[in-house]
Write a protein that binds this ligand. Sequence first.
Ligand SMILES: [Ca+2]
Ligand SMILES: [Ca+2]
Length: 171
Amino acid sequence: MVVSTRVSPVTVGLCIMLCLMAATVHGGEVDGMEQGDDGGHCPDGYILNDESCYRLEESSKTFTEALDTCRREGGQLVTIDSSEENDVVTELLLDARQPSTEWAWIGLTDRETEGEFRWLGSSDPPSFTDMSPVIGNDDTVDCVLITPEFGWAPLYCDGYAAFVCETSVIK
Ligand SMILES: [Ca+2]
Ligand SMILES: [Ca+2]
């Protein structure tokens, strides 16, 4: 899909919603536990990278529903603090190769103060960002999706999308 800079955020947002509605929900395949070098491991269904565990949930939920799901699994919507971690999460979406996983919630919002994006549970500005220069932000779109195609983009928090959970390695 080629998107010129003339495409409005509304058009892109509409496209996202249509794509999500058209997406078929697939059950996630559960991989075996991954062992870390130090003997740490991840919960079932999570992949290990560095000191964290990640899981892409392919079924679509609102931002709040997604966060609740991650918390029930002992984690949080993913926080991305470096380009390396951004690559890990992007690869998860690309590997899934599902229409529903072209976009996924991450734990970033500007719900508190418009234009000031913060990771959930943090009051500090992000140390790393991949916010799309193409997709606009206003006070109707406060929750952030990661997209392999455009980087990060805010959407309506009650929109539906896949999402990525992050948990600590189990020692
Ligand atoms: Ca992280
Ligand atoms: Ca906003």
